[in-house]
Design a protein around this ligand. Structure first.
Ligand SMILES: Cc1cc2nc3c(=O)[nH]c(=O)nc-3n(C[C@H](O)[C@H](O)[C@H](O)COP(=O)(O)OP(=O)(O)OC[C@H]3O[C@@H](n4cnc5c(N)ncnc54)[C@H](O)[C@@H]3O)c2cc1C
Length: 330
């Protein structure tokens, strides 16, 4: 309502840095409206951390979300979907990298980052050492710490400031529609916070007649659902799916997949800017770029792409500086 209209026009997120979203919103809209709308939305994304979320994050989310609906010259916001999904974009990017002489190794986890005398020398993966003079880690902080044990203690202390909610997503391919709604945000006490029926945006005929439903949630790292497979998750969700369509039956499910992501959502607390790790890690040639560096915006692929460009520029400058120093010594 009025609070959103006001926030949309405020350009400086810094003034909201040291207040929680809950405290600010309760003052602005009242406890009743907060409990009915904003509280459940924050809890859906951040669960038990909801009361710690900084107002700067919520302010920016409202500003971008409501701002994008106001087109110029009366134009209206429209929802688009890239044909073939983002997969087409990333496959084209991969082709481009290969054509330029790059090599891409999929399903090859980095076991560790190797350093010598304060500078990176390469990585260990697939049981072998691979030499590199620069390494960019794009892993969440929790994994970064594990694979790069030589990071300076002061840098690890910053990585440790950010906690994560895991993301989970049960994807169902149904033989018929579940509902006629594309995106259903759920404020009730269900085991998922969004029910997105993709085929209500893009026709089911593009997916072999399957009706695709995503049931997504954010949960704490020790949540029992993270130990489940797709079959068990469907069993746990079944009654709640019937709250959306009471006729739902398991026999409608043609296929199902269950995805989990340990770095799904950084918890954006008050004064979060002090928790953002720099791209330079303190080890020569070793850089980090991940979603904890996206702020005050909510993390999204567009911001990750911007971070990628920044990291590339930084690494290029770093390589030139090293080459220059070597040249100077000769
Ligand atoms: C539920 C959910 C919904 C979202 N919806 C949207 C949306 O609608 N639009 C949007 O733009 N963004 C969305 N996002 C955000 C988007 O997914 C992220 O912003 C983006 O994926 C971040 O890119 P990244 O490369 O930094 O990290 P990631 O995409 O998380 O990539 C990190 C990669 O590191 C890999 N990895 C982990 N350990 C190792 C290891 N040891 N060695 C090598 N690799 C390793 C992981 O497998 C992963 O592939 C969503 C995120 C979630 C969780």
């Amino acid at each position: 309502g009025l609070a959103s209209l006001w926030l949309k026009r405020q350009a400086d997120w810094r003034v909201y840095e040291d207040v929680t979203a809950r405290a600010w919103m309760e003052r602005a809209v009242g406890k009743q409206a907060f409990d009915a709308f904003w509280g459940p939305l924050l809890r859906g994304k951040f669960a038990e951390h909801a009361d710690e979320i900084g107002m700067a994050w919520l302010h920016w989310k409202i500003r971008l979300r409501f701002g994008s609906r106001e087109g110029r010259l009366g134009a209206k916001e429209t929802l688009g979907y890239p044909r073939g999904s983002f997969r087409s974009y990333y496959f084209a990017l991969a082709d481009h990298i290969r054509e330029a002489g790059g090599r891409i190794s999929l399903s090859t986890p980095v076991e560790s980052v190797v350093t010598e005398l304060g500078a990176v020398t390469g990585i260990r993966a697939d049981g072998a050492f691979h030499e590199f003079d620069q390494v960019l880690m794009t892993t969440p902080n929790i994994i970064t710490k594990r694979i790069a044990p030589d990071l300076p203690a002061s840098y690890v202390e910053i990585l440790d400031r950010v906690r994560y909610q895991w993301a989970s997503c049960l994807v169902l391919a149904l033989d018929r529609p579940l509902s006629d709604v594309y995106w259903l945000s759920i404020a009730d006490d269900l085991p998922f916070v969004a029910c997105v029926e993709h085929t209500n945006l893009v026709g089911a005929e593009r997916y072999g007649g399957n009706h695709l439903v995503y049931l997504s949630n954010y949960v704490a790292p020790d949540h029992p659902v993270l130990q489940m497979d797709a079959e068990e998750a469907l069993t746990a969700y079944e009654d709640s799916i019937r709250r959306i369509n009471p006729a739902f039956d398991r026999s409608w499910v043609r296929e199902k997949w269950f995805f989990r992501d340990p770095g799904g959502q950084p918890v954006i607390t008050t004064n979060y800017s002090a928790s953002i790790p720099s791209m330079e890690t303190g080890i020569g040639g070793l850089y980090l770029s991940n979603t904890t560096q996206v702020y005050p915006e909510d993390r999204g692929q567009n911001y990750s792409l911007q971070l990628g460009e920044q990291a590339a520029e930084l690494m290029d400058a770093g390589a030139r500086a090293v080459a220059g120093a070597r040249g100077a010594r000769i």
